[in-house]
Design a protein around this ligand. Structure first.
Ligand code: NAD
Ligand code: TYD
Length: 347
């Protein structure tokens, strides 16, 4: 792919958690143009991009990836598309799956059409390890079958299949990255780590789904962004790259580590009804990306410390996100669980 400094990027979903960190990294590394294109759903937040306005190469466009005309306009002059735009939360996909199909599958297909029309040099589809489904033992490899088990992961797998179709049919120069559970600054406080950190600050219960023994492979957001960059620059067209932090931890252990770090009381831990169809474990083999020179650089303990410090210093960022419409989601998600728990104990 060559030198980033001479490249012009369209970063879709760039006002979200990983996309905003990625756009910042591109600008810091001297990209010629970075157009962030984002619908600004509940998860998209202009505050994630506040410091980027200092870069003349940066531009923000509000728009929906399902809107072909808006995509064509924003894409004008760009050579590379990096697609982060998605509905990204499993629990919300259990409450309402329609938006996941719309944005994650249809939106990706609209972007792919636009990429072919514009003749972009490279298309990067940011996907997830959840497409492999539950992995009882061993480590998922890029050629393993896709066995998604939630509406979220099924929609991400559907998007991947569309990317493959455009590679085969139109010769699109696309790659796919499958990142593991990511954490760090600017993550919306509905996901496990920022929810637990901010609940400790607010002395709220820490809701653990089921027995809390589910395992995830945690990846610091800047390691994830660096992995996408390496795959984008050095990956062969049509290939897939796992990006995992190599930090497999059980949920309850993550929470206990956080409580230790934050000096929080263990009494806040509250077991609630398990997530429907909850995947017990994800784990990735990452030798393919490591062969291109990438390594995760942040230990889980150091990354968690940085993240706790960031949320401590940025309560003005996350407090407003936990009010208003978030309260309705929280009631619906956790209220349902509380009722389910009560029903099952009645039975
Ligand atoms: P996020 O929810 O924080 O951000 C998603 C962004 O997409 C938001 O800014 C939102 O406004 C935008 N968006 C949603 N629908 C859109 C649409 N129709 N048009 C334009 N923009 C739209 O998500 P995230 O955690 O930053 O994840 C980014 C990507 O990485 C997603 O594709 C996700 O599947 C993938 N991923 C996430 C993780 C993780 O642990 N967070 C791990 C692996 C892969
Ligand atoms: P999450 O951050 O939603 O990521 P994903 O579902 O994509 O892995 O959840 C991480 C793990 O934490 C998952 O096993 C579900 C669990 N979890 C809880 O136990 N309690 C919670 O309140 C949340 C949000 C997640």
């Amino acid at each position: 792919m060559g030198d980033l400094a001479s490249r012009r990027f369209l970063v879709t979903g760039g006002a979200g958690f990983i996309g905003s960190n990625f756009a910042r990294m591109l600008l810091q590394q001297g990209a010629e143009r970075v157009v962030v294109f984002d619908k600004l759903t509940y998860a998209g937040n202009p505050a994630n991009l506040h410091d980027l306005t200092a870069f003349p190469a940066y531009q923000f466009v509000q728009g929906d990836i399902c809107d072909a005309a808006a995509v064509d306009k924003a894409l004008d002059g760009c050579e590379v598309i990096v697609n982060f735009a998605a509905e990204s939360h499993v629990d919300r996909s259990l409450l309402s799956a329609g938006e996941f199909i719309q944005t994650n599958i249809l939106g990706t297909q609209v972007l792919l059409d636009a990429a072919v029309r514009a003749g972009v040099e490279r298309f990067v589809q940011v996907s997830t390890d959840e497409v492999y489904g539950d992995v009882a033992e061993g480590y998922s490899r890029e050629d393993d079958p896709l066995r998604p088990r939630s509406p979220y992961s099924a929609s991400k797998a559907g998007a991947e299949l569309m990317v493959n179709a455009y590679v085969e049919t139109y010769g699109l120069n696309a790659i796919i990255t499958r990142g593991s559970n990511t954490y760090g600054p600017y993550q919306f406080p509905e996901k496990l780590i920022p929810l637990m950190i901010t609940n400790v600050f607010e002395s709220l219960p820490l809701p653990v789904y089921g027995d809390g023994q589910q395992a995830r492979d945690w990846l610091y957001v800047l390691d994830h962004c660096r992995g996408i960059l390496v795959a984008m620059e050095r990956g062969e067209a049509g290939s897939v790259f796992n990006i995992g932090g190599g930090n497999e931890r059980r949920n309850l252990d993550v929470i206990l580590t956080l409580l230790d770090l934050m000096d929080g009381p263990r009494e806040l831990i509250t077991h609630v009804e398990d997530r429907l169809g909850h995947d017990r474990r994800y784990a990735l083999a990452t030798d393919r990306l490591q062969a291109l020179g990438w390594r995760p650089e942040t230990s889980f303990e150091a990354g968690l410390r940085e993240t706790v410090d960031w949320y401590r210093a940025h309560s003005g960022w996350w407090r407003p996100l936990k009010e208003g419409r978030f309260t309705a989601y929280y009631e619906q998600n956790y209220g349902t669980r509380a009722r389910l728990t009560a029903d099952s104990s009645d039975a």
